[in-house]
Design a protein. Structure first.
Length: 246
C-alpha cells in the first residue's frame, strides 16, 4: 500500500485519516478478509485517541491558545508582508533596511507562523531579542515605525506561552497520557493492520486477489492526504508562511 508520513499530519487530519482508513476496511467485509481482529485493535486505539483529542479541545485553555496562536501568527505574517513590500521600495535606504530584517527572519526558517506551538514560541522570542538588542536591526524597526507590531507580537507570544504552560500543568494533573503518545499507539495498530493486508495480498496465488479492491480504495484515500501534505510543503517553501500543530 502507498506510504504516508503520519507524523506530518496535524492532529485533526490524522484522526480523520485513520477513521477513514478504518471505515473503508469496514465496508469491505473484514471478517472474510481475515483482518477483523487487527481492525478491532485499530478501532480501539482510534477511540482512545479521539476521546483524548475531544478532551483537549474541550479544555477552555485550548480555545484560548487557538486565539492567541492566531493573534501572534497575524503579527508575524503582517510584519513579514510589510517588510516584503518595502524590500521593493524605490528608496534604497528603505529597501536595504527591509531586506536586513527579512534576512534576519530567514535565519529562523521559512515558516515561523506554521511551526508547532513550542517551536514558534522559542523562535519568536529569539527574533524579538535580535530586534531589540542588535543596533542595526533595532534601527531598522524604528525607521519603519514597527514598534507597535513588534510589541503586539511579543505580548501575544508571552500570553500564549503562559497559557500553554498552565494547560500543560492541568493535563499533567488530570491525565498522564498525551496525544503524542496515543498517536504512537494508533500508529502501531495502523501498521499492523496495513502490513497484514499487504502480506495476505502477496500470499494470494491465483488472481484476482480479494484484497485488491480494498487496497486500491485505501491507496486512493492515502493519495488524497499526500496531496494535502504536498500542497502544504509547497506553500511553506514558496510563500514562506506556514502550520501550527494542535
Amino acid at each position: 500500500m502507498n506510504f504516508i508520513d503520519l507524523p506530518k499530519l496535524r492532529n485533526a487530519e490524522y484522526l480523520q485519516y485513520v477513521k477513514d482508513f478504518s471505515g473503508i476496511i469496514t465496508l469491505n467485509n473484514p471478517a472474510t478478509l481475515q483482518i477483523d481482529a487487527k481492525l478491532s485493535a485499530f478501532n480501539t486505539k482510534i477511540s482512545e485517541l479521539e476521546n483524548l483529542y475531544k478532551k483537549a479541545l474541550a479544555n477552555e485553555k485550548t480555545q484560548d491558545l487557538l486565539l492567541l496562536d492566531e493573534r501572534r501568527d497575524n503579527a508575524i505574517n503582517g510584519i513579514y508582508y510589510f517588510l516584503l513590500g518595502h524590500s521593493y521600495h524605490f528608496e534604497s535606504d528603505k529597501k536595504q533596511k527591509a531586506q536586513l530584517l527579512l534576512d534576519n527572519m530567514a535565519l529562523y526558517g521559512s515558516g515561523i507562523a506554521r511551526l508547532n506551538y513550542q517551536a514558534e514560541t522559542a523562535t519568536l522570542n529569539n527574533l524579538i531579542k535580535d530586534w531589540e538588542n542588535k543596533p542595526e536591526l533595532n534601527d531598522a524597526v524604528a525607521s519603519f515605525n514597527l514598534s507597535a507590531w513588534v510589541n503586539e507580537m511579543k505580548t501575544a507570544n508571552d500570553l500564549f506561552n503562559t497559557t500553554y504552560l498552565s494547560r500543560t500543568q492541568e493535563y499533567g494533573d488530570a491525565n498522564p497520557e498525551t496525544i503524542k503518545s496515543k498517536r504512537e499507539e494508533v500508529n502501531a495498530a495502523y501498521y499492523a493492520l496495513r502490513d497484514r493486508i499487504d502480506a495476505l495480498h502477496l500470499l494470494v496465488e491465483t488472481p484476482p486477489s480479494p484484497y485488491a479492491t480494498v487496497i486500491n480504495q485505501l491507496n486512493a484515500l492515502t493519495d488524497q492526504y499526500n496531496v494535502l501534505l504536498a500542497n502544504r510543503k509547497d506553500i511553506l517553501g514558496n510563500d514562506q508562511q506556514p502550520p501550527s500543530q494542535e
